[in-house]
Write a protein that binds this ligand. Sequence first.
Ligand code: BGC
Length: 968
Amino acid sequence: MSYYSIFPKLMRVAILFFLGITYQPIFAQNVGALNAIDLRVEYLENPVGIDITNPRFSWVLTSEERAKKQSAYQILVASSPNLLDNGSVDLWNSGKVISSTTNQIEYSGKTLESRMQVYWKVRSWDNDDNPSEWSDIAYWSMGLLNFSDWEAGWIGFDIPAEELDQDNDLELAPSPYLRTEFETKLESKIERATVYVSAMGLFELRLNGERIGEDYFTPGWTDYHKRIYYFTYDVTEQVEEGANAFGAILSDGWYAGYVGYGRTLKGIIDGERNFWGRKTGVRAQLEIEYADGDKQIISTVSDLQRRINPVQAFNPQSSEKVYNDNENIWVASTGPLRESDILMGETYDSRLENLGWDRAGFDDAGWQPVTWRSNPRGVVEAYPGVPVQIQDEIRAIARTEPSPGTYIFDFGKNFAGVVRLRVRGDAGTKVVLRYGEMLHTDGSLMTENLRAARSTDTYILNGGGDESWLPQFTYHGFQFVEVTGYPGVPEIEAVIGIAMNSSTQQVGEIEFEGDLNWGGPAPLVTQLFENIKTTQFANFFDVPTDCPQRDERMGWTGDAQVYFRTSAYIADVSAFFTKWMRDVRDAQLPYGAYSNYAPIPFQHAFDFSPGWMDGGVILPYMLYRTYGDKRLLEEHWNSLTDFMEFQKRAAGDNNLRPQGGQNFGDWLVVGYNTDKDFIASAYYAYDLYLMAEMAEALGKADEARSYRELFSEVKAAFLEKYLLENGKLTEDSQTAYSMALAMRLYPEEFEQSGADRLAELVIENGSRLETGIAGVSHLLPILSKYGHEDIAYRLLMQTEYPSWGYSVINGATSIWERWNSYTKEGGFMDPTMNSFSHYANGSVGEWMFSDIAGIDINQPGYTKFEIKPLIKEAPFSGVSAEHKSISGMIKSSWTKHANSVTMEVSIPANTTAEVYVPAVSIDVVTERGDNIANVEGVVFNRIEGRYVVFDVQGGQYKFMSSEAFERL
Ligand code: BGC
């Protein structure tokens, strides 16, 4: 994972270079102090093939000067970059809009149509009403907006019975290869070539011997009965003049392959695979536009379709041509990919490679006709998320040979992906790769915790010299790879780790100086933060999965909601969650409850659970807070209110826990198990509170009022049942106090005593945790909010069981599912449920940013935020953090000496931060040596506890407090 990947930027420059665009300021007037960068459309940088007809713009403002605000902006949108530059825009000129907003701004120009290429730029006026220079030009294109834009049909290949491996209990079938050839017309230049493609299953498209695009696991995981995504690729550079070959390889994927724990629970739940269909299919449409205005379309079409011409059959008005007998003929065959399944792995027999099958001139005489597939039931839409891509190449740090001929490669960290194999040997030699997270004490691979996931890739050599292979329709969660059957002794570079995950861009980093050096590879909290990042990236795999290794890998809503804030500090998860929230909505049960996971391939014996179903409410709210996204709230509103109606009905007259379903409680708790109904009722109340907030944000005042009223009633019922007269709770546990306080259920007059009791409980427990995934996500934020910063830090630094540190000193390179997934003394926990890559307990990452560095949201989208670091009791001499929010880059670093503190902060232009400087009075605070009263951009606001609080405008500041904690 490269930090702040420069790839998109390079791509943008490449696109603009290709288009011959240069940037020229066109207005010779006072240039304002602002600079608009980082232009996005629907959260994405230069997206291709979107289908939203009023897409939203965003940009980030920077300035060399302090305290600069945007007083107005202007957006220009045109169908060519030249039109933008000469001022005659043809799509939209927003005019000068008086507003400080820089995101969630809707396009409202001319109607956007299928296939359009759109260019835009923006400028911002500063507080002195001086306009900035125009931004760089950004781009997006529209996909296919109407069903009648699709000429392509869905085709597949029915694998001949003799090729199905009957002995194979998994019934894994070879992957189909489909191909066609076409000629471009030579009389005119190719201006643009675009492919639109979707699949039932997974696809890889090939054009003239090359892969199309850099995305894997496309078209992503959805409830295919409800929606199925297509992708758009610009292939102008890949189309050749004259003869071309176009093809696809398909794999079962989530659509028809093994998903979740179906196989482990065989006979208990209804199936192990084929949850959405049995047969894979692809729909691809390659459109070539010529300079003379002609257009050529090469689309997937079966023989039968060619004869009846579906375009005209479905759309009699269409003037589309009828096919000739000898064009656009698709044929299919199997090839080297004998097995490919996400959970089970791939088998590739390179002796069966049809060399040149994806190039023109290949002899496909022996190939079979393709089969026409029925349209999938789901609507076909443009993919709104960030696709899975290769993120990194990871070299093994060690290779061992625990038994003769069995080699184990150690990649040093637990990630998701595959390996690239390099080998040389005799034809028919079979190299088997097995993946695991841990080793047994004898050095052999531990695979018991993978349950029914076979996670094995097999390569059979063709003997042609140096051979290289990368599985691509499967992935594994692993740190170790076992190699057997390798001819000779493999070099350490014979297998290279290939990390794959959704390409959410990293936006957050934090470093701790003076962190506890316990003798491991990195100091304690530094390693913990590394482990959090590693586990997040390994699990953000088209959906936020619980784990990447065993036969599960599902989008559990409970895990996602407790972890969301951490994830959003670390990466830009806006588009990723926009996509997944649709999956959550699609998985909503007919009676209104949100499901425990999304997409939902099978119903477990239970449907929903408190803490999980509530993710349906908590996540949209958090997305709104993080990105200012109200459209998402609107989009989900009906679904949200259906859910609340369900809860109301299920809670009955006593206004407490919604009945029915499952009740996971504080999942995987150690020690005292807080009453599950307590947790359920708390979540119900919290949902009501958040619904009121969201209703208000949407201007739905009546609904806000009624949610608020119901919240008060539920809160009253909750307190009546669980609050004692002395301010304690009947559930006297870390989880109970943390949740009740975080969810605003505590009566104000008892809040502090509740928090004090929480602190006491932690101390009584030896400053160790007594929580599961629900409780722990609120624990540290609540302790520090109520003045128990010292106790919170003690928990963070704890290395005795149960604690985060315990996993670190036991060698963790990732976040474990259980507090004691492994111990040096006791070995592994019960392998039936023991993942070493489970992000939920990494939710402490939130506190690192929100409290140790102190960066937290005040107003949605970080237009106002605070920097309130916890310095006094910190076991660090310094901390340095940055987070690139939707409003720009925020930095917070501090160093402390005995009684003084230096704080360096960076506040994005056009935002305001409340900066909390620990100081005994305002007189001891300076900024770069200047008296704080005279500093531009800084205004004293108030004294709050141990802090002097300043309103700080955009800019970089260095505050110094000479008496930070005590009067000298
Ligand atoms: C998953 C968890 C999930 C839980 C719900 C487990 O199997 O791995 O992360 O939240 O089930 O009970």
